[in-house]
Design a protein around this ligand. Structure first.
Ligand code: ADP
Ligand code: MG
Length: 676
């Protein structure tokens, strides 16, 4: 008698080679095997030719109208006969199955499964179906080493023994509420459906089960997280108020709201894991500054991690200025990859003994020798630029600090309840007052002259400008050349202004000096490759001219545009392009139509087709065997709600109804630690 926990090698015909092949596709135990599901069914159910598309596979049932004729060409053969289906005659032909001729007679009723050619009214037969009516062939994902047929066969053998012994993971109450099948039935109907409808219902139940298990894990992680580092940040409210009062502006309502969400989290003796989302220019930095300072007032240290050195440098400078202006005396340091060994050693010493209050840097902060005295908070800027692993790594460093991740990218619902499902989310849904709407225009290359004239006039009124040249993927050299050429051309065109050139080949010190000069208005026009894409903040810069704008993605264009419109000047974004594709044109049109990041993100999904980005690994959407978190979003939401209410019920894990679930979750613990 085979049981669920048995190794698959207990099955007849599974030797070392087959066992390897099974392991390869993730099947170790009998339980794994019976949970290895078909990804589709070949519908052998009969249809009429008029209901069948050209090239589609279908089963036609009819009366044999002409005798079967076999033509042989050497070893190969073709068998042909006519099939009358209602009043339509279809020519059927089989290749290399000459014996079929012996089994069909004129006047006999047969059903043939094959590929339909509508123009020729012919069917290339694959098999003759004996018991005509609804039949299905489940198709299993297979590999070179093991065929779908073998998998199917093994499942049949195993299922004969274990059917009826599979306990349900989704508790009865929930199953009844959503009319879900029990686990035995859902597995049986997945492998051996009587009809398409049955397979569909089984699939629905299994998808829910997958989602529910996934959400249970997320919620348990979240819970474990909260119970883990029980450090409350006992910040000094008075000092914080004083800092806020010293800022050159008052916080928007949206900023106040998220600040209070964050501070509340910080104060509680639980671990914070929060995502702060706010469109470009919505003022996330100052929110971060308050959270960072709160930690410092409690006598701890804080870290701010940015995706690029430029941005890290800028953050270090801005924070220092912000605190200085508010009369706050704390020590902020920048850790860069290009530091001299002695300086780095000193900095690490000061960090380890707690002299440094806030450390800013890139992922260089994650190096193992970077040890804090008492790290209370890590802020991650432009978090979408970092992998999940880097997020996890930061948390491994020393104590488990509170995490505040910031992003300008709106999080589609699917991601927010899967990939970011263990995080709490705060949203800044308002831009600071007094911002003028950025005007966006698209022009073609032959209108560049008028754009330059416009630029001249704006510069004469005291504005500053970015001119962005496109990143040429194939060649960094070309990339720099391109920017260099633009730089030289503008020097000729704009003799009264100082032009700067910023690109990826410059050293960090050179970049830093250029940005500082631009910020101090010693440079009026900054020609740059996309290195300036994220985060850069120079409020007096009000013009963003983007060359070959159709080479950029929508998210990138939106980020670039977000570099202007930060001060009181009317700002402009000029997109120079002659797009050759509809997709290119559509992106530019979208940019002209709206400045709302959320609308653009949706638009981006539509334009790319959700399959492209969301279906792939880079999107960060987890993959499931059966359920599709994009298509079945609603179901994922329901699963989330049920999981939340489950884990918040007292002693849910002691109740006998949930025992299968609890066992399963603890058995599969190792599989989901990667989410952490
Ligand atoms: P982002 O959310 O894109 O990181 P920043 O934090 O860089 O935005 O802020 C954009 C600009 O808006 C900065 O110049 C910042 O000083 C300014 N700013 C932030 N909050 C306010 C506010 N409440 N009122 C006015 N200006 C603000
Ligand atoms: Mg920012």
């Amino acid at each position: 008698m085979i049981t669920l926990n048995d190794n698959v090698n207990i099955l007849p015909g599974v030797g070392p080679k087959r066992l390897d092949a099974l392991h390869e596709i993730g099947i170790f135990t009998i339980e794994d095997l019976i949970n290895y599901f078909p990804f589709r069914y070949e519908d052998l159910g009969e249809r009429l030719p008029s209901e069948t598309l050209d090239g589609e596979k279908a089963t036609f049932k009819g009366i044999v109208s002409t005798p079967a004729v076999v033509t042989r060409f050497g070893k190969r053969s073709q068998t042909r006969f006519g099939l009358m289906i209602e009043h339509e005659n279809v020519r059927v032909s089989f290749f290399n199955q000459p014996w079929i001729a012996q089994n069909v007679e004129v006047g006999q009723e047969v059903a043939v499964y094959g590929t339909y050619d509508a123009a020729k009214a012919s069917l290339t037969g694959m098999k003759v179906i004996s018991k005509a009516s609804n039949e299905f062939d489940p198709i299993y994902p297979s590999s070179k080493q093991i065929s779908a047929k073998t998998i199917r066969h093994l499942i049949e053998i195993a299922w004969a023994d274990v059917r009826g012994t599979v306990g349900s993971l989704v508790p009865d109450k929930i199953r009844q509420k959503y009319r879900l099948l029990d686990r035995n039935t859902q597995i049986e109907n997945m492998h051996f459906p009587a009809d398409m409808e049955q397979a569909k219902l089984a699939r629905r139940s299994i998808a829910f089960e997958e989602f529910f298990i996934f959400q249970m894990r997320l919620q348990l992680l979240k819970l474990a997280d909260k119970n883990f580092s029980g450090e409350g940040i006992n910040y000094d409210s008075k000092a914080l108020n004083k800092f806020e009062a010293g800022l050159p502006f008052t916080l928007t309502g949206a900023q106040q709201k998220v600040v209070s969400e964050i501070l509340t989290d910080q104060k509680r003796p639980v671990h914070m894991n929060r995502l702060l989302q706010g469109d470009v220019g919505s003022g996330k930095t100052v929110v971060a500054a308050i959270a960072l300072y709160a930690v410092v007032t409690a006598g701890m240290q804080a870290a701010l991690m940015a995706p690029t050195e430029i941005l890290a440098q800028q953050h270090a400078i801005n924070l220092a200025l912000m605190f200085e202006k508010s009369g706050v005396d704390i020590r902020i340091e920048l850790l860069t990859s290009g530091m001299k060994a002695a300086a780095r050693r000193q900095l690490l010493e000061d960090l380890a003994d707690g002299t440094i209050d806030i450390l800013v840097g890139t992922h260089a902060l994650l190096q193992p020798d970077v040890m804090f005295h008492h790290l209370g908070l890590a802020v991650i800027d432009e978090q979408h630029r970092f992998g999940v692993n880097q997020r996890a790594k930061l948390r491994e460093n020393g104590v488990n600090p509170d995490i505040l991740a910031m992003t300008a990218t709106p999080i589609p619902r699917t991601l927010s309840i899967t990939t970011y499902g263990e995080m709490d989310v705060s949203i800044i849904d308002q831009l600071p007052n007094g911002r003028k709407q950025i005007q966006t225009r698209k022009i073609s290359h032959n209108q560049l002259d008028s754009a330059i004239n416009f630029l001249k006039q704006q510069l004469s009124e005291g504005a500053q400008a970015y001119v962005v040249t496109p990143l040429i993927e194939e060649s960094e050299a070309l990339d720099v050349q391109n920017a260099q050429a633009m730089y030289e051309a503008l020097q000729l065109e704009l003799p009264n202004d100082t032009i700067g050139l910023l690109h990826g080949r410059l050293s960090n010190d050179e970049k830093k000096a250029l940005m500082a000069d631009f910020k101090r208005n010693k440079i009026q026009v900054l020609v740059a490759t996309t290195v300036i894409e994220v985060g850069v903040d120079v409020p007096n810069a009000s013009i963003m001219l983007i060359m070959d704008a159709d080479r950029f993605g929508l998210a990138q264009l939106h980020q670039l545009r977000g570099r202007v419109g930060r001060g009181t000047r009317q700002s402009y974004t000029i997109l120079v392009a002659d797009p050759k594709t509809d997709y290119g044109r559509a992106r530019l049109d979208a940019m002209v139509e709206t400045t709302d990041g959320f609308i653009l993100a949706q638009k981006d999904l539509e334009l790319r087709g959700s399959g492209d980005i969301l279906g792939t690994k880079q999107s960060g959407v987890p993959e499931f065997a059966v359920g599709d978190p994009i298509k079945d979003l609603k179901m994922m939401e329901v699963a989330q709600q049920e999981a939340i209410s489950m884990v918040s019920t007292d002693d849910w894990d002691k109740s006998s109804e949930n025992q299968e679930l609890v066992d399963y979750l603890s058995r599969t613990m190792a599989h989901y630690r990667h989410l952490d």
